[in-house]
Design a protein around this ligand. Structure first.
Ligand code: HEM
Length: 540
């Protein structure tokens, strides 16, 4: 999955107009003043008011353009200063922390450039809300010309990340129903439980194999296999065996190709097109994509052959996601290939890293862990496997995951590239083709929104709790909001809730070394900077 981050690309080809500055456009301030409410309520409201408010803002944009400030008036570091921050002050892998530093220096909106890249960074919930509310009918995160070039080279369909406008929307509308409707997603509960069962067995095997018979080293890599098996079992309707002792070769090939592709994607884009045949990166980028696509294609073809055989034998074909895509007849086979590949890409590191951070904190906070354990135990006594209905009675479990995503938003900075309209944000006017960088990490670590922002405190999210307080809904949108929001949100939540509740039923988790603090790093996604090693002590 590709998201915009502080020092990555922008393709703003905006004509800069020297417009005189005046006071802010008054209606825009309404967002900042809006009553604080729950993110869900706000998101619902947002969907309904989107069209009206967007139109209003754009009218405002064009009529008041002459009075508003422009991108040229924004504060921000020069190219040299940014390079100094990244490579001398060592923020290249801490771009999430750079958001916080730059917000402190320049305020909630600033401009930054790296080479040809020109970003408008927004880091307060009010300004993030303003950008999202003007994103138009078919929002674009960021242009990915190198992904597009690869797809053209191989004659593949574009897919969610590259397609734009109505074409993107057409694909999304086919993918959405069986991914985003709670009732539909509940159908995946039993296969997810099977995968969680394998995870528990794997944890047991690894801890018993360890020297002290309790430690599992590098929990994230195990959870990565869980994430991969979980999403594949839904997409391909088959078990791949990623959590077995011998991990299938193809799975390993996919895992390393994804890592290579994500790393190279950030590098390839920096260099000019003419250097593709001189430098090694483009060729490696192609190879990584070829591997990813090939693994996905083989899995799809295998399932297609099975379906055909079942049909020939007169069997009724029952399936989950892939069968739904193939039978809907709304996507070409090439579009199915690329869509499934992208779902696989989006569905692995995200859930696995979030779960890793959750366990890391629970291991360090026995009070929170015991409270979570007693909630799970009271809803599902005797180690009974939770159902989706049980989850409704586990507010603390959900609060724990939310708090993890607040501290470690796996997508620390998202993007919006304006294609449909000129927009006004704060009291600045921006032309079409402006690249915004939404600094979610800075927003969810702001002490004005979340007191003691660096403290892991799931109680923040409980209704009626003494420590509950109001925050702006856009200070915490880990899955995004609106039509372009994460398509895998429901599946991710189900996977994380089931895995965490069952791990709690079986084990008390402790750090291997409580003095060893693991810091996050940004590698497109926010991931643990060092391995997380944990001790798993069986519950009686
Ligand atoms: C903790 C788990 C996850 C988090 C925090 C997360 C977060 C996000 C975010 C922030 C976006 C961008 C939304 C926007 O631009 O407004 C996104 C997009 C996306 N996510 Fe997730 N995600 C998670 C899990 C998943 C899973 C399990 C899948 C696959 C089933 C998935 C597939 C995707 C895809 C395909 C997109 C692109 C959608 C589009 O461009 O239309 N994600 N995700």
């Amino acid at each position: 999955m590709m998201f915009q981050s502080e020092n990555t690309r922008s393709f703003r080809i905006a004509p800069t107009m020297a417009l005189p500055a005046t006071a802010a456009a008054r209606p825009l301030r309404l967002y900042a003043l809006c009553a604080r409410t729950s993110p869900a309520a706000w998101a619902g409201h947002h969907l309904h008011v989107r069209v009206a408010s967007t139109r209003h803002l754009n009218v405002q944009a064009s009529t008041e353009a002459g009075k508003l400030k422009t991108i040229e008036d924004l504060p921000g570091p020069s190219l040299a200063t940014t390079l100094y921050w990244l490579f001398v002050k060592d923020y290249a892998l801490k771009r999430h922390a750079l958001q916080v530093e730059h917000k402190r220096l320049y305020g909630p909106i600033w401009r930054s450039k790296v080479g040809p890249y020109d970003l408008v960074n927004v880091a307060s919930p009010e300004l993030i809300a303003q950008v999202i509310k003007q994103e138009g009918r078919y929002p674009v995160r960021v242009e990915l010309p190198h992904w597009k070039e690869y797809r053209d080279l191989r004659g593949q369909a574009y897919g969610l990340h590259v397609d734009k406008g109505p074409e993107w929307y057409r694909i999304r509308s086919v993918l959405n129903p069986k991914m985003l409707k709670i009732r539909e997603v509940s159908a995946y509960a039993s296969i997810i439980h099977e995968v969680v069962g394998d995870l528990l067995q794997r944890v047991e095997l690894l801890r018993l194999r360890s020297k002290d018979q309790t430690t599992v080293a590098d929990v994230s890599s195990e959870l990565y296999k869980f994430g991969f098996e979980g999403i594949s079992s839904i997409l391909f309707e088959t078990r791949l065996g990623c959590l077995q002792q011998e991990i299938p070769k193809e799975t390993l090939r996919f895992i390393s190709a994804v890592d290579e592709m994500l790393t190279l994607s950030d590098i390839v884009i920096i260099f000019p097109r003419w250097s593709y045949n001189i430098l090694p990166y483009w060729k490696r980028f192609i190879k990584a994509w070829d591997d990813i696509y090939d693994v996905a294609q083989k899995l799809i073809n295998k399932r297609v052959a099975e379906i055909a055989a079942q049909q020939q034998g007169g069997e009724a074909v029952e399936g989950m996601y892939l069968t739904h895509l193939l039978s809907s007849d709304k996507l070409s086979r090439a579009e199915v290939y690329i869509s499934v590949t992208e779902l696989l890409l989006g569905g692995v590191d995200t859930t696995s890293n979030t779960l890793s951070w959750t366990l890391y904190h629970l291991a360090r906070d026995s009070r929170v862990q015991e409270r979570l354990y007693s909630e799970v135990n009271s809803v599902c006594p005797g180690g009974r496997q939770p159902t989706t209905d049980d989850l409704k009675r586990m507010p603390y479990l959900k609060a724990v995951i939310k708090e993890t995503l607040r501290l470690y938003p796996v997508v620390p900075g998202n993007g919006r590239f304006t294609t449909e309209n000129e927009v006004v944000v704060d009291n600045y006017w921006f032309p079409k083709r402006t690249q915004f960088h939404l600094c979610h990490y800075a927003a969810s670590h702001d002490k004005a929104e979340f007191p003691d922002p660096e403290v892991f405190m799931p109680e923040r999210w409980l209704r009626g709790g003494t420590t509950r307080y109001q925050h702006h809904p856009y200070s915490f949108i880990p899955f995004g909001v609106g039509v372009r929001a994460c398509v895998g949100k429901r599946v991710a939540e189900l996977e994380m809730y089931f895995a965490l509740s069952r791990l709690m039923q079986h084990y008390k988790v402790l750090p291997e070394d409580s003095a060893h603090v693991v810091e996050p790093k940004t590698r497109t996604l926010l991931i643990p900077g060092q391995p997380i090693n944990l001790r798993f002590l069986p519950r009686a």
